[in-house]
Design a protein around this ligand. Structure first.
Ligand SMILES: [Zn+2]
Length: 251
């Protein structure tokens, strides 16, 4: 991706950070600095943000590594201020595989939630506010737990390009054709996106942005699926022609 720089790699999957991500760090750090926060509070805030993006990165690796199991490589993973992006070479053909790849991301966050809950439960009285019973809203780990819960909930919204949209499509595709399944999933996603825009208009402009993002993401997914299906049919037709030609030559 343009404007992104490499920070490392794992299993041949390059990890990139988009430069606007640094802007986010500066903005968060700068905000607390001008609020007159002490240095350790600023460090904690930036540390928290980095931990959130580590959870996002692990989520993306959940998708990438499960796709690798089905022989689908991932070009790269990029961290943007709005979240992570894993670029898979293609979407798994089999609905069952798509289901696993789509679920693997949120499943990573569920794993993190369980680990954090266990640490907080058994870490009573330890430093870092690891006491879930007090539910101190300023506690680093409690906040990290809440972020992971919202990552799961948000990603499970059944609308493309969210993971929930893929899960829905793959479940439908087990009974219907891929194009039909995509059409239904896209329609559901667009109804949800309109709901977001209405809610956003009433409560928060951020929801309007998300709604627009989902609406066009869903449309793009439909276009992609229909085109991929047409390509597959073309290949099939070409193959048939080749076969017919071969048979002609043999006769
Ligand atoms: Zn995901």
């Amino acid at each position: 991706m343009k404007g992104a720089f490499r920070i490392g790699s794992y299993r041949n999957i390059g990890v990139y950070i988009h430069w606007t991500f640094l802007l986010l760090l500066l903005w968060v750090g700068g905000n607390s600095f001008f609020d007159g926060s002490p240095l350790n509070a600023i460090a904690e805030e930036i540390g928290f943000l980095l931990m959130v993006f580590l959870c996002v990165l692990l989520h993306e690796f959940g998708h990438a590594l499960s796709a690798a199991r089905y022989g689908i490589p991932t070009k790269d993973i990029t961290l943007l201020p709005i979240g992570g992006l894993a670029r898979l070479e293609k979407i798994p053909e089999k609905p069952w595989h798509e289901l696993v790849v789509a679920i693997a991301g949120p499943a990573v966050n569920v794993g993190i939630i369980i680990i954090l809950a266990v640490v907080m439960y058994f870490g009573k009285g330890l430093p870092l506010g690891m006491d879930i019973s007090s539910m101190d809203s300023n506690s680093f780990l409690v906040n990290l737990l809440l972020v992971n819960i919202s990552l799961v909930v948000f990603n499970m919204i059944p609308a493309f390009p969210m993971d929930g949209g893929r899960i829905l499509r793959s479940l439908l595709a087990m009974k219907l054709t891929k194009v039909k399944a995509t059409k239904i999933a896209v329609r559901i996603g667009q109804v949800i996106s309109i709901g977001f825009v209405v809610l956003g208009w009433l409560y928060s402009p951020m929801l309007i942005l998300i709604g627009i993002f989902i609406f066009f993401g869903a449309k793009a997914e439909l276009k992609y699926t229909v085109e991929a299906e047409q390509r597959a049919q073309m290949l099939f037709v070409n193959y048939e022609l080749l076969n017919a030609e071969k048979e002609n030559r043999e006769n």
